[in-house]
Ligand binder design. Structure first.
Ligand code: SER
Length: 884
């Protein structure tokens, strides 16, 4: 049975049992900035378990994309570990409980997967008699194949009672497939909790019935729930009878591809085979991250992704592949994942280019790091040391991105070593710093006043699509993260209403501003945000006192909202036009819509050319003038997809979506606010086009009043320019060109005059040169010269006068420059220009020195320049006389 078939069978089995099918959540959890990646099927349903969810379903089933990095060291080495994997799940929110969950799981295993029951063992939590009894009596599993384990194995999250996290949790029961005593440790007493590979844990049935509170108390949840998770790849390996997940049908072509590219034969047990496993896993994870909108970077999710990719590059190097190749695996991975994730194939070119860029960067990094390491090894040898300091190894890692493992092995090859403890200490310090600066706590569950509010309120209703003024009621006031009864003038407050016209920031559209009024109070709202379906108005009480449960009237700043609407609709239009002008790859990777500007980030691998910009603007304004109608419809996600509506990279959509259509050229899934007709946009103007990351460009543009204001500013600039250049608008360019030409000519003339002047001076100096015991001596102050002029004069003097000693000085910007130069015969006699320069510089309050034949010095006392030159002359006289 193919993996695709297992996935399909699972979903349709539970659909037949009355479960609603939900799409996978994005790998980037929606509304949960604390969580790095979605790691389990239950994440998207956590509110349902807490009894605060708004989904219209009591039973659900999903195939969830997951990333877990906790076991990363095992990935590739063991048969079953992954970073990215798919988790099949069925969920009950207060509907069925243990009996049905266990019965359905058993039915699925025996009759859908057709697994022999004697190969299956199960485990239950220590004192979960109920589950034990169901397995033993209802299902009929013999006692010797029912195991009881503690909270580490049979509670979810693992060890939650004693260690947390707080939130929904419960005992679990796991189902294992026994691959037979010929596999694994071979011990007679081997059991599912053994680390060996005999028992494969394929399904975890969690009975989510508790809410863990601070301190470890387990209080019962309003409902008894079920959350199950089956690892799809594991199940496939069991069904397909292969010994590792990397040999199942959806991994085989990837591994084969790696083997062809690297020209290394695959053997799943060999060291190189394990590297190939890891490459396959990591590249698959990276592809899914990119597809869900995460780009490689230095923080959070982007950093995890970068590390995965870098590790795969290093594994590739160990397989002898020195050039970029990971990006070449994209088509094979897109093909095997096509059935469930057609979007990967659609976007394979963009994804491959992002990976290639990142690979290239890392190769560059490795090159620089290698160079630096060579220098460090040279230093070690010079100083007779053998051990590289932890600090240097850390710098290589931190600044150059050079992997520690590589530093170590290169040093070893050169009979050197590294202070591993020192390195680890530095790493620890960095981890501590990162912990402090990162908000990603890794906890799955929100805490705080909004959570409390959520227990009594399901959601605040948004009425802003149709209205900009709404009567409502205060259902929550928060000051400094605490729920309060009232807020008075001067206080910053977060207000939650039962219904509101204020749009909370989402989908790139900035939050609304405006005012909330009660009988006595005025609250100025400066921003609106959303957290788990609760709309939070952020503002300050400017007058009176606002109280819990009071009636309010809330009014949006419609002028600002109008500007936002224009920019938002223009963003959709721009998306469709960019793809038309630049190509289908020019997909949105991010956007931000404020009243002043729209910012649109998209995939494109070079700068947008001037003529393309002009074409984009032209098409945009044509479409504005067409005055097409903008409509919105609610529909099922599938229907929207079939109709060809654009869904964005990495966005997560519910089963019911809102589709915004503009004319016949744009259909996007979007919850934002739009104009009614494109004509309202007025005018569209691109303000800038820049690069923001490898392969991602950004266009900033303005519409309506802002676009007009921008054009006016340009006009004013032109006006001032005309004023400055004293000419008319139509002549301004020519006038500027003329001026530039004149300036160039003048500059040339000045340079020539200067050169002529210098030449004249040189010949004056030659005729005035003193003769000291047969040596020509020039000691002069050159007016108006700089250091460069002095050097040039010295050169020409030296050419004309064979045996010569020269001292020249000049003053510029309040500083003295002195140059001393001696012909080589004088140097041979022991005279030293550097020493002379040093001595005379003291007179002008400075210092200097240099080579025996040529030296420069400086000082801050221009008045003393003649005195300095005189001293130089005296020194020369003495030394030449002494010598002869
Ligand atoms: N949440 C449980 C797990 O991740 C079951 O889905 O194992």
């Amino acid at each position: 049975m193919k993996t695709d078939e297992i996935r399909k069978k699972y979903i349709s089995f539970f659909e037949k049992k009355g479960h609603s099918v939900f799409p996978s959540d994005s790998l980037v959890p929606k509304d949960d900035p604390t969580l790095l990646f979605t790691g389990a099927g239950m994440n998207q349903f956590k509110d349902m378990f807490l009894g605060k969810g708004t989904l219209d379903a009591k039973k659900a089933t999903t195939c969830q994309k997951c990333i877990r990095t906790g076991d990363i060291e095992n990935v590739g080495r063991t048969p079953m570990h992954h970073t990215f994997f798919e988790m099949l799940g069925n969920f009950s929110f207060g509907d069925y409980f243990k009996t049905e969950a266990i019965e359905m799981a058993w039915e699925f295993m025996l009759y859908e997967m057709k697994l022999p029951k004697e190969r299956l063992s199960v485990s239950v939590f220590l004192d979960d008699e109920e589950s034990y009894e169901i397995w033993q009596n209802r299902i009929g599993i013999p006692e010797e194949r029912i195991y009881r384990f503690g909270e580490k194995e049979n509670f979810w999250p693992a060890s939650a009672p004693s260690e947390g996290p707080n939130g929904p949790c419960g005992p679990c029961s796991e189902i294992f497939y026994d691959r037979g005593d010929g596999v694994g440790c071979g011990r007679k007493e081997c059991a599912p909790d053994c680390d060996c590979e005999r028992f494969v844990e394929v399904w975890n049935l969690v009975f989510t019935q508790f809410d863990r509170r601070e301190g470890g108390a387990l209080s019962p949840l309003p409902n008894k729930n079920v959350d199950t998770g089956m690892g799809l790849e594991r199940m496939a390996s069991v069904i397909q009878g292969v010994s590792t997940n990397f040999e199942i049908d959806i991994f085989k072509p990837i591994i084969q591809n790696i083997s062809e590219i690297t020209e290394v034969k695959y053997d799943s047990q060999a060291e190189k085979g394990k590297l190939m496993n890891r490459i396959a896993d990591h590249v698959r994870a990276v592809i899914f991250c990119i597809s869900d909108g995460v780009l490689p970077g230095n923080e959070g999710r982007g950093y995890v992704q970068r590390r995965l990719l870098r590790r795969a590059v290093r594994d590739g190097l160990k397989l002898g592949k020195e050039e970029c190749f990971l990006y070449k695996l994209v088509p094979a991975i897109a093909d095997v994942m096509f059935e469930q994730y057609p979007e990967i194939k659609q976007r394979r070119e963009n994804i491959a280019r992002i990976i290639k860029n990142e690979e290239e960067r890392f190769h560059e990094t490795l090159f620089m790091g290698n160079k630096r390491l060579d220098e460090l090894m040279e230093d070690l040898r010079d100083s007779g040391e053998k051990n590289l300091s932890g600090q240097d190894a850390f710098q290589l890692y931190d600044t150059f991105g050079f992997p520690f493992e590589m530093t170590k092995s290169i040093l070893e090859e050169n009979n050197l070593s590294v202070d591993e403890d020192g390195f680890e200490k530095k790493m620890q310090m960095q981890r501590e710093r990162a912990k402090v600066s990162s908000q990603m706590t890794g906890s799955i569950f929100d805490e705080g006043p909004l959570s409390t509010l959520k227990e009594t309120t399901k959601e605040s209703i948004f009425l802003g699509y149709e209205q900009s003024e709404v009567e409502g009621r205060v259902i929550g006031l928060i000051i400094n993260e605490q729920l309060v009864d009232s807020a008075k003038a001067g206080q910053n407050v977060h207000v939650v209403l039962d219904q509101t016209p204020f749009y909370a920031e989402a989908g790139g559209q900035i939050g609304d501003t405006g005012v909330i009024r009660t009988k006595s109070a005025n609250v100025e709202i400066t921003d609106t945000k959303k957290s788990n379906d609760i709309i939070v108005h952020i503002g300050k009480v400017v007058e009176g006192c606002i109280r819990q449960d009071e009636n309010v009237s809330s009014v949006v700043d419609t002028e600002r909202r109008g500007a936002i609407k224009r920019n938002h609709s223009a963003t959709h239009m721009l998306h469709s036009i960019l793809r038309r002008v630049l190509g289908q790859h020019a997909e949105q990777s991010g956007s931000f819509v404020s009243p002043e500007r729209l910012r649109f980030d998209f995939h494109h691998f070079e700068g947008v050319k001037k003529d393309e910009i002009a074409r984009i603007e032209e098409l945009m304004n044509e479409r504005v003038m067409e005055n097409a109608t903008v409509t919105t419809d609610q529909m099922a996600l599938d229907q929207a997809r079939k109709a060809g509506a654009t869904a964005l990279f990495g966005e997560k959509y519910g089963t019911n979506v809102r589709v915004v259509s503009i004319g016949d050229y744009s259909q996007e899934l979007c919850g934002g606010i739009h104009v009614k007709n494109t004509g309202e946009i007025g005018i569209f103007k691109i303000i800038s086009e820049t690069s923001i990351a490898a392969g991602i460009r950004r266009i900033e543009a303005a519409t309506g009043h802002e676009a007009i204001a921008w054009t006016r500013r340009k006009e004013q600039m032109l006006d001032s320019l005309c004023g400055l250049l004293d000419t008319q608008e139509n002549m301004v360019v020519q006038r500027a060109e003329d001026l530039i030409r004149q300036l160039k000519e003048l500059r040339k003339d000045v340079q020539k005059a200067k050169k002529d002047g210098m030449q004249k001076k040189s010949s004056d100096f030659i005729s005035k040169a003193k003769d000291i015991s047969g040596v020509k001596v020039v000691a002069e102050v050159v007016k108006g010269a700089d250091a460069d002029d002095l050097r040039k004069t010295v050169d020409s003097l030296k050419k004309s006068l064979g045996s010569v000693a020269i001292i020249l000085g000049a003053v510029g910007n309040g500083r003295v420059t002195l140059i001393v130069s001696l012909s080589s015969d004088l140097v041979k006699k022991g005279l030293h220009a550097g020493n002379i320069a040093g001595d005379i510089a003291k007179i002008v309050g400075g210092g200097g020195g240099g080579r025996p034949d040529m030296a420069q010095a400086g000082g801050q006392l221009p008045d003393k320049i003649y005195e300095a030159i005189d001293l130089g002359l005296k020194i020369l006289q003495k030394e030449i006389d002494y010598d002869s």
